[in-house]
Design a protein around this ligand. Structure first.
Ligand code: ACO
Length: 435
């Protein structure tokens, strides 16, 4: 895989007159990228970019974001169209394979995923080793990593068939693994997956059915949940995806790469934000307290952030947040929730923040997590499961990105450099001579 070049270049010069000419590469859309691979050879310097905010770490054909315009495309298709017209499994096929499936491909893919949803029975015993109050992210991070100890017939990353089966296994088993983490925490028996149900429906069944009584699946809620999965399926080179790619660059199997992605996603600055939003709304408590809360957020010494606001890439409304807000109304209406105090609070908070110069000047807008927690809570998910649901959806994106990397002949082990600011070389001082 290689980017194209229109022949443009960037010239960098050091004091003393030495210069390097760096080729500029063009993507299909988006800004040009200066290819700095020969910079060190030519000038003996590296670049410094903490947080990689200005560094393209790979060439990718999967997802495109224009953060200034609030655009998100999966394989070229706008997220709004996919959320409205597609399904999560169709989007999964698209992300993995590059094109929307035809009718036969769609059927084969869905059949493949739905028929890999059982987990090895011995995996069940893992759960008994955890405390009942363990965070489900800790549980799924461990169980997904442990899949590499159970599915040794899909660990050869150089074999396309192994990669295909590993994709089915991860996408199909994540809902089972996630729902069991929940069941274990509430002391209910594990429910096995059912092949007659769709992906979202099956997950709701495994979460909420109990042996004496099957959960009656509400199609509006199942569709809303499927849409939430679509919105979270991929987001180009974010922290967890970059973690998956970095782990994968060493040649390790995809099960542990996804486990590493889950670990990275757990943080409150990333996937843990939807859980944090709900905690924040509960802490604020009422519209009357918003003013004091906003004052705290603006005070740099308080360490308080407005969770669900701001994004490294979006400097405009996150397009997923708009769809999430609409879905939130649909779900609350379906459930007959006329007045949800948390939704009222969220809407007022959003209104105030969008008019406040602190947020406006820093281009801080609601992100995907601002409304998702309210929907998930209304659907009966405990707060601790929010990030787990995100991980379920993002497993598709992680796998697609991992697969793209493995199939790219130019792929190398990921190995950033550093700007060393520690002690220069010095000699060891024996203990009796130290001050
Ligand atoms: N509340 C208050 N101030 C904020 C917020 C926020 N949520 N986000 C950024 N800022 C401020 C920073 O204090 C900083 O101000 P300064 O220039 O005066 O120092 C400025 O905006 C830029 O912030 P950075 O931290 O440099 O932005 P960065 O791109 O590194 O961070 C992040 C992005 C981590 C998402 C941040 O906006 C944040 O912490 N948001 C809250 C957590 C959240 O919602 N995360 C979910 C992200 S979406 C996802 O992962 C699915």
């Amino acid at each position: 895989m290689s980017g194209s070049s229109t022949g443009g270049s960037l010239t960098v010069s050091l004091e003393g007159g030495r210069t390097a000419t760096l080729p500029l590469q063009d993507g299909t859309i988006g800004p040009q990228v200066a290819d700095i691979r020969k910079l060190h050879d030519q000038l003996g310097v590296f670049t410094y970019d903490p947080g990689y905010g200005n560094t393209a770490s790979c060439l990718s054909r999967i997802t495109y974001i224009d953060g200034d315009k609030g655009v998100l495309l999966y394989r070229g298709y706008p997220i709004e169209q996919l959320a409205e017209k597609s399904t999560f499994l169709e989007v999964a096929y698209l992300l993995l394979n590059g094109e929307l499936p035809n009718a036969e491909q769609k059927q084969d893919f869905e059949h493949g995923v739905l028929h890999h949803n059982m987990v090895h029975e011995q995996i069940r015993s893992f759960y008994n080793g955890f405390r009942r109050d363990a965070h489900p992210m800790a549980v799924i991070c461990s169980v997904v990593g442990a899949m590499s100890a159970f599915y040794s017939d899909s660990l050869d990353i150089t074999n396309p068939e192994h990669r295909r089966i590993a994709a089915f296994r991860l996408i199909a088993k994540l809902p089972t693994i996630a729902a069991w983490a929940y069941k274990y925490s509430v002391g209910e028996p594990f429910m096995y997956p059912r092949n007659d149900l769709g992906y979202a429906e099956n997950f709701l069944h495994m979460m909420y059915s109990v042996p004496p009584e099957a959960y009656r699946i509400n199609p509006v809620l199942a569709r809303a949940f499927d849409r939430i999965l679509i919105l979270h399926a991929d987001h180009e080179q974010n922290a967890s995806t970059s973690t998956v790619r970095l782990a994968g660059s060493t040649g390790v199997n995809p099960f542990v790469c996804v486990s590493a992605g889950i670990a990275s996603l757990w943080g409150p600055a990333h996937g843990g934000a939807n859980e944090a939003v709900l905690k924040m709304l509960t802490q604020i408590g009422s519209v009357a307290n918003i003013k004091d809360f906003i004052a705290k957020v603006k005070d740099k010494n308080s360490g308080v952030r407005l969770m669900g606001f701001g994004h490294r890439v979006y400097k405009n409304y996150d397009p997923r947040a708009k769809i999430m807000q609409k879905t939130c109304y649909e779900v609350l209406q379906e459930l007959g929730i006329k007045d949800d105090p948390l939704l009222d609070l969220a809407m007022e908070l959003e209104k105030i923040a969008l008019e406040d110069d602190y947020f406006v000047s820093r281009k801080l807008y609601p992100n995907v997590d601002f409304y998702s927690g309210i929907i998930l809570k209304a659907m009966g998910f405990p707060t601790s499961m929010f990030t787990v649901l995100f991980a379920m959806a993002r497993t598709v994106g992680w796998f697609a990105q991992w697969k793209e990397q493995v199939e790219d002949p130019a792929q190398r082990i990921g190995r950033p450099r550093q700007l060393y600011i520690g002690a220069p070389r010095r000699d060891y001082v024996p203990l009796d001579q130290r001050g």
